[in-house]
Write a protein that binds this ligand. Sequence first.
Ligand SMILES: C[S@@+](CC[C@H](N)C(=O)[O-])C[C@H]1O[C@@H](n2cnc3c(N)ncnc32)[C@H](O)[C@@H]1O
Length: 433
Amino acid sequence: MKEEVTLKIEGMSSPCCAEEIKGDLLKIEGVKKASTYFADKIIKVEIDTEKATKEQLIAAVKEAGYEAVVTEGKEKIKFERQLKDLAEKYSISFQVLQDHWNFVKEASATVFADCCKWCHAHRITEMADAEAFCKSAIAEGMGEPETADQLFKIKKKVQALTDKEIKEMEAEHYGTLAEKYALKGNPCPIRREFNKTIYTAKELASLPEIARNLALGCGNPVSFADLKPEEVEVDLGCGAGIDVILAADKIREKGKIIGVDIAPQMIEWAKKAVAQANLGNRNIEFSVDDLEKLKLSDSIADTVISNCVIVLCPNKDLVYGNAFRILKPGGRLAISDVVLTEPIDPKINERFKSTWRGILGGAIPEKDYLEIVKNAGFKDIEVVKRHIFTPEEVFMMSQCPGPEFVSATDPEDLKVLEGKAASVKFIAVKPQP
Ligand SMILES: C[S@@+](CC[C@H](N)C(=O)[O-])C[C@H]1O[C@@H](n2cnc3c(N)ncnc32)[C@H](O)[C@@H]1O
């Protein structure tokens, strides 16, 4: 027999978690369908009761690292009672009424879900605003313009962001992300797996928890930066300090490391991570700064590294201009960043740009990116590695760890990026005069 089971999930803090759990549930024999309702922390599962049990569903969720309870609750019982009363009053069979209700529920949920997706793709990310818009759009579609008007409370405009807005948004969102997940860890399972592919198990094991929890890179620049003892190294967009700590192992006591990030909270956690790594006595400095306006002095660094940051900066020419300026002549650049392997439809590009927070908002074709590096004055630019993102990684880069931080992108737009978004790792040199 077919039965719909509603699971309330504890700890499901991102759409990625919801997708992961859904995937696990669908692997159970007898599970026919699973639909996630991330905002309500709910997954509805349709099972064949002869093959699958509720206990199996709960166990699968637990196995994935979350807790689930079956919610049927008082409301469902109350609603069924009302349906029965209605069936009696109008002499309609209860089954017919219930089938009709299920049809209406499913159809309206689909319309609502599509509308929400649209909202997120167009930066209407506040749940209240998205709901107001969707309800109003549905009312309008049903020929109730007055109701639609009352419901329509959108204050936010769908428009291109200014560079200043982008940077304010980055600082706010990465700052909040740091505060929320420094101790708990990133809830996105794809990110947790991805980090295991960019750092070695030994490196990850050597890192303090804070740095691991807030690791948001797309490569491991320290692994190809050829850092030497006693050098001065600057990490542009250091986040919570993962690469600063790894660099400390190479740079040794007499060298110096400077981490810069636009989000003050990231810097606070980076300082805690450095202390946790017992590097408190080392020459490591942090500063809150915008890479486009970097205040560091000229010719101070032997190496500049950066990991998954410059893609987020609207004016990459200014960032690479500053990287060039702070490097000593002969100094080296070691960068890992996100690029497009080929240009994409300009309309889709515009949509990504309007939701900049997802790493993909600022991604440009690799050829144009490396041209910016060259125009800043760098020589001997050499790509050491390139990794084309898997569809899961594209999803992660565009929406983890959730709509609170990244405006969800239209899945159709994301599909276009499959095979066309990559992380590129390269080195370059500031020539001697
Ligand atoms: C994807 S995270 C990467 C952090 C770190 N490099 C890592 O590998 O974990 C991007 C970081 O860049 C910082 N950021 C974004 N725009 C910036 C800007 N204009 N200037 C300085 N930092 C910026 C964010 O605050 C965030 O910490």
